[in-house]
Design a protein around this ligand. Sequence first.
Ligand code: SF4
Length: 285
Amino acid sequence: MNSLLAAIPPREKIQSIEKPETKPPSEAETIAGLQKIVSSSRLGTFLQCRLKFYYRYVAQIKKAKTAALFLGNAVHETLKAWNKTRWKENRLLSLKELHDEFSRAWEEQSKEEPVNWEGEEEAEKLTGWRLLETYMRQYGLYLAIKPEAVEVPIEADLGNHGLPKLVGVLDLVQQRRVVDYKTSGTTPKEEQSAHTHEVQTCTYAVLYREANGQRELGIELHSLVKLKNPKLSIIELPPMSDSQETRLFHLMEAYVEGLERKDFVPSPGFGCMSCEFFDNCRRWS
Ligand code: SF4
């Protein structure tokens, strides 16, 4: 009896067997990991504001989702379902099916984390649906093009350039053109969009070329604009040029070097108005 009891490990040992303690990575380990793999959102955040990058990806401070992000995600998920049906089943979803997908996407997100709607959830949901309806009526309802890929994760090993691995997910590829979806509050202008989204579009071009072994024919930004009368804006950009690719690689170099130096200083400017870390930043010194 005694020998049997002796064979039973004490309670704290049982707990440690059942739930092995996983030590969170140190800050240095997190930074080392970020230096090895980069996505367009990481790179874009770093270039926009290094302190924001630090809060989001190194310190990993979680902030509640904004209503605009929630709505954008639900619209994006619905378009993903629409494209997957075109791709896999070779048919178009009806408006009724699309609405069901949108309701499902909205509910799924609601389970994740609370959003402070300030009593506006139904109005925001209606806005999201009106954007999708506008997109379908102006672009999708009779579309005969079959997608070549939908929501495909791709990675490009850029080690031969001395750069980290580039990773990303392409929303949609059709007719050798990469399509990216956006929701916005204002109608985008072509020249400004080409510039402000250059990191993202060039990242997609590199990933497309890696996966297909050929150049893309162009990149399209499909923006669903939240106006009183919702609007669709499609901006067609040419393939990434050699100089744009060189610029992207220089930016990636700056990213790696900045992380090496732990260069996480703030960049106060107009972007601060929508920054979720505004309060943290005001206390930074
Ligand atoms: S408030 Fe502005 S400066 Fe501060 S972290 Fe955000 S974007 Fe950067």
